[in-house]
Design a protein. Structure first.
Length: 203
């Protein structure tokens, strides 16, 4: 079912459920090569979510800023390839939401442990804002915050659970968004974590 969130954003409830096992296997493969790490923001604070990346480009933050780059800064090697199951799911979710031919070149893997959160921000390190973003939630439920084009606009709260996919495009693409603090729990497929796969066209 396609559930409209706001102009340009839809939730596909449990869309990724049939693929959850292969997505978790893909996370395992990618992070055996590029382990989860807590990157530091330019302000010097560690991100509370642990991150890894796969695909041609990965999103990184360090003392020099935020950017996409082809190498994992921890190893100096290219990011692991994007698993076929990742690419296909992102493409079919985008198509279901009305975006034909989505070919992501970057997948950010966020792993939230209890207490982790992500403050309100905009995604603006990509080159083409006409391309959508596909976000896949796996494991423990969390509350997503979806705001306006200015930080001052009060966000709405959207609960997201295992297998839910959100596609953001058009007028929703530049909205402020974030994730409230993850509560402790136990999920049969992910244990004590929530994972989020964020697919983007960075270049
Ligand atoms: C998460 N991650 O749940 C979220 C899902 C990030 C991030 O925000 O930057 O890693 S992606 C949600 C998103 C992306 C682009 C636009 C909008 C939301 N939006 O317009 O609300 O870990
Ligand atoms: Fe974001």
């Amino acid at each position: 079912t396609v559930e409209p969130l706001m102009d340009g954003a839809v939730v596909l409830r449990q869309f990724a459920l049939p693929n959850a096992e292969s997505l978790m296997a893909g996370i395992e493969t990618v992070t055996s090569e590029a382990p989860f790490r807590h990157m530091k923001t330019p302000g010097g604070h560690a991100m509370s979510a642990a991150m890894s990346c796969c695909g041609d480009l990965g999103w990184v933050t360090d003392s020099r800023g935020y950017r996409y780059q082809a190498e994992d800064p921890e190893s100096g090697r290219p990011w692991p390839a994007m698993p076929a199951a990742f690419r296909e799911l992102a493409r079919s979710a985008a198509e279901t939401a009305g975006f034909e031919g989505f070919e992501p070149d970057a997948c950010l893997i966020n792993r939230y442990q209890p207490g982790a959160r992500m403050g309100l921000h905009q995604d603006k390190d990509e080159q083409d804002f006409t391309q959508p973003i596909v976000s896949v939630s796996l494991g423990l439920p969390m509350v997503f915050q979806f705001g306006g084009l200015k930080r001052s606009e009060r966000p709405i709260r959207v609960p997201l659970g295992h297998g839910d996919v959100v596609v953001w495009g058009g007028p929703a693409r530049m909205r402020y968004h974030g994730v409230l603090t993850l509560k402790a729990g136990e999920h049969p497929q992910t244990g004590g974590y929530r994972y989020n796969l964020t697919f983007r066209r960075a270049r």
